[in-house]
Design a protein around this ligand. Structure first.
Ligand code: UD1
Ligand code: UDP
Length: 353
């Protein structure tokens, strides 16, 4: 088959890496980058370190409002999909690139597959929730990472075409762990294994409102622990605009976003992770690093069930308390698969006619 994979944002490059490797064994892949993320350290570095083939098309849509960005992607996608006469479209996760890809494929009558189908936060204020729901309801094949995801789909009446394959992010993490271990970023930043916090933040509800962002920054300052914070460009812009950049920098190593291997290296040696990222919550779980999640709900409820993830919201005291006291122990029983999710996706596609 000729399969178009549509990606655009940092976590999608990571998710597409193992899938692309597998599907190229039996199919032709046309990789389309919408250009949603475009800074070198938000895009190109992932193609390099994960050895993803360069995109066949880059639509260069850049940043704008949701409607404009999604519309630009839809306009840009129609032509290459038509020209290439693809038999199948794959979309990943829950960004605006996912939504645009799903809508265009569905309107063009091209069968659609959704990698990471069935995730739900049950919070429609999150743009990602809208994107996921639409993508799932338009998909012919739904590649679910967990049993919870399969159940969520079933509750919405979607049972046909659903395949429980495991989590492709677990595939990448296992595949990359050894290479990450040889990275020297931890010592280069003067950090000591097991003693520092690794922080990431980028959700609009946490970083677009000054009061909320100030409350989180204050917690990092009060925690009084060594901390490294690769800062997402959305967050950097707001920290600067709200006058919070200098107070943060006084106590925390705020650095530019890093590539995937450096990030895994920082994560594997961290004492705790403090994050609002979907992917990072799971990576903390994969490697047994306690995770303090700055949100009120999570799609990845498996990470909560064995006690390795604490949902704390944005209150300063609650965050400081979790940083000080949250100490999970014991085994992690819930599975995100066996590291072969991408192979299963490729086998399902092999049989698709
Ligand atoms: C997007 C996704 C989110 C995902 C996140 C991963 C949507 C609605 N949101 O959020 O689900 O978790 O990516 O990181 O699709 N910017 C740059 N350089 C870049 C990219 C962004 O400076 O390369 C800045 C711009 O100021 C832009 C802002 O970051 O306005 C937000 O970027 P955008 O892609 O709209 O959303 P994210 O917050 O990155
Ligand atoms: N990540 C990275 N460098 C960074 C920060 C994060 O490589 O500086 C990776 C991280 O390992 C994870 C992914 O980016 O796999 C998560 O992306 P993000 O938090 O942007 O999006 P989300 O998962 O919340 O959609």
């Amino acid at each position: 088959m000729k399969i178009a994979s549509i990606v655009g944002a940092r976590p999608q490059f990571i998710k597409a890496a193992p899938v692309s490797r597998e599907i190229r064994q039996h199919h032709e892949e046309i990789l389309i980058h919408t250009g949603q993320h475009y800074d070198e350290n938000m895009s190109d570095v992932f193609f390099q370190v994960l050895e993803i083939p360069p995109p066949n098309y880059n639509l260069g849509v850049g940043s704008s409002s949701h409607a404009r960005q999604t519309a630009d992607m839809m306009r840009g996608l129609e032509e290459p999909l038509e020209k290439e006469q693809v038999n199948f479209v794959l979309v990943y996760g829950d960004t605006n690139s996912t939504l645009a890809g799903a809508l265009v494929a569905a309107k063009m009558g091209v069968p659609l597959g959704h990698v990471e189908a069935g995730l739900r936060s049950f919070n429609r204020k999150m743009p990602e929730e809208i994107n996921r729901v639409v993508a799932d309801h338009l998909s012919t094949l739904l590649f679910a990472p967990t049993e919870t995801a399969v159940e969520n789909l079933s509750r919405e009446g979607i049972t046909k075409g659903v395949h429980l394959v495991g989590d492709v992010m677990y595939d990448v993490a296992l595949h990359s762990a050894q290479a990450a271990r040889s990275r020297e970023i931890v010592s280069k930043l003067g950090l000591r294994a097991g003693e520092y916090l690794l922080v990431t933040l980028h959700r609009p509800q946490n970083v677009d409102d000054r009061g909320t962002l100030a409350s989180i920054v204050e917690a990092l300052v009060q925690a009084g622990r060594p901390a490294v914070f690769p800062v997402h460009p959305r967050t950097r812009k707001n920290l600067e605009a709200f006058g919070l950049w200098e107070p943060l920098k006084a106590k925390v190593q705020a650095i530019d976003p890093v590539d995937y291997l450096d990030f895994l290296a920082l994560l594997m040696s961290a004492g705790k992770v403090v994050t609002d990222s979907g992917g990072v919550q799971k990576e903390a779980y994969f490697f047994g690093i306690p995770c303090v999640t700055i949100r009120d709900e999570t799609e990845w409820i498996e990470t909560l069930e064995d006690g390795w993830n604490a949902l704390v919201g944005t209150d300063t005291e609650d965050i400081v308390d979790a940083i000080e006291r949250f100490n999970p122990a014991g085994t992690k029983s819930k599975s995100f698969g066996d590291g072969h999710a991408a192979e299963r996706i490729a086998r399902v596609l092999d049989k698709f006619v």
